[in-house]
Design a protein around this ligand. Structure first.
Ligand SMILES: Cc1ncc(COP(=O)(O)O)c(C=O)c1O
Length: 416
């Protein structure tokens, strides 16, 4: 019997790096001052916040004045969309290029995709109900890619913003955000992207990729939970998010989460230092897992784009299979009993038994979507763990198919 936990749910969250934790501890114990306090003790805390801000800015090619700390990816996405919408409505007065417009004639159209994180999709719905905004939800192809030409076609005079996720949390597809950023720039439309999953796994550069707003969080990069950031390009009009003591240059008031910010900065420093080594390691494990499962299990399908060795179009840590004739939930449950953490759908939807909307948008049948299992890796996974999981999954699949009435006619399905 194996008792060591094998954690392959890094798309949901990651283990905090020991050195990140170490960097945070003094801000609970010895250096606990409020960064707004004027004494030197407070100044030390402020310096730590500024240092972290600088590290995060550098990692995405931004200026430190363009980084605003938030409580995580969900808040950053909410702020980006609502902050822009309300700035456009209220100021009524300027469009994305800074041109004066009459009140009531503001831009009120957003373009996004059907495979965004819920913290984008639900905000678009909210903006429709509460602020009269319209959203175009673009289709994706069978691999999960949005066609940049579709974005071009969807842009109208009323379009304020294009918001497209970079690395998809379920299937790992990485969108061509450089092309999308260029389209937006040429059309005079703002571009926001959520890079929570792709950050430190593939290139993110706000200059090269023409990004106006960008969402980050720490807990997907071996940092602490409850801390994130929003990049807002200098000059872009976004409404202030929380009012109070004028923290974060008056844009998001509230005493800074100093230990969280320090941990976020340290996590980014560590990740950027070893980015090539870590990505190479994860690609090796990902490709091995995919090969062994595809070679040893009948009637299984890999969801999302895949090319061996590639980490520009599929996240280096993402594997998502559909095992026909079984439920992904059951497979995940059996794996749990073997101390392997996996997921079906994204963690945020894990308690929702509807087939994944991301997989449905990629034209999977309900049955294929329900048979899906996501395994997401990190730098901490080992080849030994991959071997164990790759050996265990075929046995569980066989067992589940044996007891399932549909499984008995499994050969009905053609191997894809
Ligand atoms: C792509 C993406 N965006 C946003 C979020 C939400 O981030 P947080 O958990 O920090 O609120 C997640 C995490 O599940 C995510 O994967």
């Amino acid at each position: 019997m194996r008792f060591k936990l094998i954690y392959m749910d890094n798309g949901a969250t990651t283990k905090i790096d020991e050195n990140v934790l170490k960097s945070m501890m003094p801000y609970f114990t010895e250096k606990y001052a409020n960064p707004s306090s004027s004494h030197s003790f407070g100044q030390d805390a402020k310096d730590a916040v500024d240092k972290a801000r600088g590290r995060i800015a550098k990692a995405i090619g931004a200026d430190e004045h363009e980084i605003f700390f938030t409580s995580g990816g969900t808040e950053s996405n909410n702020w980006a969309l609502k902050g822009l919408a309300f700035a456009a409505m209220n100021a009524g007065k300027i469009d994305a290029s800074g041109k004066k417009i009459k009140s009531g004639e503001h831009k009120n159209h957003i373009i996004t995709t059907k495979i965004e994180h819920k913290s984008i999709l639900n905000v678009c719905e909210w903006l429709k109900e509460n602020a009269g905004f319209e959203t175009t939800y673009l289709d994706v192809d069978k691999d999960g890619f949005v066609n940049p030409e579709d974005i071009k076609k969807a842009i109208t005079k009323k379009t304020l913003l294009v918001s497209i996720i970079h690395g998809n949390n379920e299937v790992g597809t990485i969108q061509d955000i450089e092309t999308i950023g260029n389209i937006c720039k040429n059309a005079g439309v703002l571009f926001h992207t959520d890079v929570c999953q792709s950050f430190t796994k593939t290139l993110v550069d706000v200059q090269k990729q023409n990004i106006d707003l960008l969402t980050l969080n720490a807990h997907k990069v071996h940092g602490p939970k409850g801390i994130g950031a929003l990049f807002i390009r200098k000059g872009v009009e976004v409404m202030d998010w929380q009012q109070g003591g004028n923290h974060e240059k008056g844009m998001r008031s509230g005493t800074e989460n100093v230990h969280g910010i320090v941990g976020f900065g340290e996590a980014v420093k560590i990740a950027m230092k070893d980015v090539n080594k870590n990505v190479k390691h994860m690609i090796l494990l990902r490709d091995k897992l995919i090969k062994v499962i595809m070679d040893n299990v009948e009637n299984v399908k890999l969801n999302g784009y895949y090319k061996e060795g590639n980490s520009d179009k599929r996240l280096c840590n993402n594997v998502n299979f559909s095992f026909l004739a079984i439920e992904g939930e059951s497979l995940g449950g059996y794996l749990d009993q073997k101390f392997v953490c996996s997921s079906t759908g994204s963690a945020c939807n894990a308690r929702n038994l509807e087939p994944s909307y991301v997989l449905k948008a990629m034209e999977l049948t309900d049955e294929e979507a329900n048979g899906s299992l996501r395994l997401t890796l990190s730098k901490f996974n080992t080849e030994e763990e991959i071997d164990y999981v790759a050996k265990t999954i075929p046995k569980i699949v066989e067992k589940l198919r044996h007891i399932s009435p549909i499984g008995k006619v499994v050969n009905y399905f053609k191997k894809k």
